[in-house]
Write a protein that binds this ligand. Structure first.
Ligand SMILES: Cc1ncc(COP(=O)(O)O)c(C=O)c1O
Length: 238
């Protein structure tokens, strides 16, 4: 009997430890966030951190907001809507950025809830946005460039960039402010960031959206406008 109780006690202790560790894993890493903010202050003009909350629960977002974070990024429209709809009405200073690929049937909703679109990557999507003039009037667009020309990745190829930017700006009047890329996983990201910087000057798209948890330190060398950090701040995605 005593042996049985002891065994159960141990199981309870293990469960409590697992739940505790899960909670710690879920906490927003404010220490890291502030540390990176300090690095940005010293090394860049105006770079801001987008906290990528994709696949993280609303509770983690709320925790981050209470700690003073106010720029968030989501990759999917419906997930963002579900998570942020109430939050945005309660905290009007929150900025929400779309950092994932978009389907044309989600553009209307994306135009309604996001402030900045980082993933404009084809005419069909651009044209769809242009239908919602009243919604996009104060919005900012980044063109995603597929600098590694990877078939599995979204983004405009460099050879099409001139035509695409002209179409977006001159034909349909989108406010293109910058360029975004995700370098191939097996290559030196600096090569891609450098190329993006060159293209941003060439096409007068001065803002750069570069750098994720694994390569933000390298991105900082190119004076980005935004770095997009998920794992390093929120822990591993569910
Ligand atoms: C476009 C984009 N930027 C940034 C991130 C955040 O990546 P990480 O968790 O490596 O910081 C993601 C994550 O999916 C992403 O898709």
């Amino acid at each position: 009997m005593i042996k049985f109780q002891k065994k159960h006690k141990n199981i309870y202790i293990i469960i409590i430890c697992v739940v505790f560790l899960q909670q710690i894993g879920r906490m927003f890493n404010i220490k890291k966030y502030r540390e990176i903010q300090e690095i940005l202050k010293k090394n860049t003009e105006l770079c801001k951190i987008i906290a990528i909350s994709k696949n993280h629960p609303k509770e983690s977002v709320m925790e981050a907001i209470k700690l003073g974070v106010n720029i968030f990024g989501e990759n999917r429209v419906m997930e963002a809507k579900k998570k942020f709809e109430n939050i945005r009405s309660k905290y009007p200073k929150i900025e929400l950025h779309l950092t994932g690929p978009l389907q044309s049937n989600k553009v209307k909703e994306a135009a309604a809830i996001f402030d900045v679109i980082h993933t404009l990557d084809r005419e069909k999507i651009a044209l769809e946005f242009s239908k919602y003039k009243d919604k996009i009037i104060n919005k900012f667009f980044f063109v995603q460039i597929n600098t590694g020309e990877e078939e599995t990745k979204s983004g405009v190829y460099k050879k099409h960039l001139n035509d695409f930017i002209n179409f977006c700006r001159k034909d349909i009047g989108l406010n293109i402010v910058g360029l975004m890329c995700i370098p191939p996983i097996d290559q030196d990201p600096r090569v891609h960031f450098e190329e993006l910087k060159f293209l941003s000057k060439k096409y007068n798209c001065p803002q750069l959206s570069i750098g994720m948890s694994n390569d933000y330190e390298k991105a900082i060398e190119f004076d980005p406008t935004y770095i997009r950090l998920g794992t390093i701040l929120f822990g591993n995605r569910n």
